[in-house]
Write a protein of this length. Structure first.
Length: 372
């Protein structure tokens, strides 16, 4: 008798757990960015400083703005000069260490904060300077004493005054300095303004031979010549700005101007974007991938299990309204993982709102059924 009672209890439990399943969730607003993939090339107005060898020591930072006639690097023409370059570097570091030894801990912490901010913002122009400051603070405990500082500075000045084996390199024009020479500097904005995808790819297929190891970006405006699906590109408008989310070597979102939408070729076309900000962040980059953000799609997120389809192909869900189930037709906007984004009832004229109770699972569910 006891066995039958236990068996009955287990049977009722299983029935309630499987047959009488009733699961709800709260509707909440959700928005999805509508993006289109794009891959292409960074294009700048660039001038290679010709006849500059590889044995150079820049005296300005990567991505730093320079004036016409300003010294940008020192070229070391022989082995002795290269050794001198190493001594110059060590002297600068030791002097920075000694000068930092009298600084407070807060100054060192501030340098770390500055470096972190520069990395997160993608600002490469001050990385060398900030790294050197932090390095100096870390190695403050060097055996050199403050009394040696005048002698070290005198030695530095003496080495800098020597001209044997050294050649100062000056900027012929104003611009942004870079050591990233890749052989595509001759391809300017005009060369990519109305290219087909195949010819753009061909342009960047093989680098030219370059005589020089540094360059100047002579225009602060930079371009991204992107190959895109022609249907996606047709939704863009020339003269309007759109956000581009870059990935890979350049993790940043940049608002760019649509300069030109090229002709279709095999379902693709070239779109030329431009930006007059942040050229110092892309001096070392050439080939990039991005997502073009066309717009934001708002709606209500609904679990896939809550979606039903009737015999006429109409999609609908059930809401719990008071103690009853209410059928509500929905328009699916897009798929979002294990859910669908559906049109908000405020736009479609239905009771579905943020905060509504969506019935995800229930047995023998129909419009008007008592569920609560």
């Amino acid at each position: 008798m006891l066995f039958l009672a236990i068996a009955s209890y287990i049977g009722v439990y299983i029935y309630n757990a499987t047959v009488n399943t009733y699961v709800t969730t709260v509707a909440f607003a959700y928005a999805v960015e509508e993006t289109f993939p794009a891959q292409g090339y960074v294009v700048r107005s660039e001038t290679v400083l010709s006849d500059v060898g590889s044995a150079i020591l820049p005296v300005v930072n990567e991505g730093e703005k320079v004036a016409s006639g300003q010294a940008v690097a020192v070229e070391y023409l022989n082995r002795d000069a290269l050794e001198m370059a190493g001594e110059l570097r060590m002297l600068r570091l030791k002097i920075a260490q000694l000068e930092a030894s009298g600084a407070t801990e807060a100054v060192g912490y501030a340098n770390v904060i500055d470096l972190s901010a520069a990395v997160h913002s993608g600002n490469l122009s001050r990385l060398d300077e900030l790294a050197l400051k932090i390095e100096a603070n870390i190695f403050v405990g060097d055996s050199a004493s403050a009394s040696e500082l005048p002698a070290l500075k005198a030695r530095l000045e003496s080495l800098q005054s020597r001209s044997v084996g050294l050649r100062m390199i000056n900027s012929p024009v104003s611009g942004v300095f870079s050591q990233a020479v890749d052989g595509f500097e001759h391809i300017g904005p005009g060369a990519v303004s109305d290219q087909m995808p195949s010819t753009l790819t061909e342009l960047f297929s093989a680098p030219a031979i370059v005589h020089g190891s540094c360059k100047l970006v002579t225009e602060f405006k930079w371009y991204f010549a992107a190959i895109m699906d022609a249907e996606d590109a047709s939704r863009l408008t020339t003269g309007r700005r759109v956000p581009l989310q870059f990935s890979g070597a350049f993790l940043a979102e940049v608002e760019m101007l649509v300069e030109n939408i090229g002709k279709r070729e095999d379902g693709f076309c070239v779109v030329l974007f431009s930006s007059d900000r942040g050229v110092h962040d892309v001096t070392q980059l050439r080939k990039l991938q991005a997502e073009v953000v066309f717009g934001i799609i708002p709606g209500i997120r609904v679990p896939k299990e809550a979606i039903h389809l009737d015999d006429d192909g109409v999609t609908f869900i059930f809401l719990q309204t008071g103690v009853r189930a209410e059928r509500v037709d929905v328009d699916i906007l897009l798929e979002a993982g294990d859910s669908y984004l559906v049109r908000d009832g405020l736009d479609s004229g239905t009771p579905l709102r943020t905060g509504s109770t969506i019935i995800v699972k229930a047995n023998n569910l129909f419009h008007g059924k008592v569920v609560g």
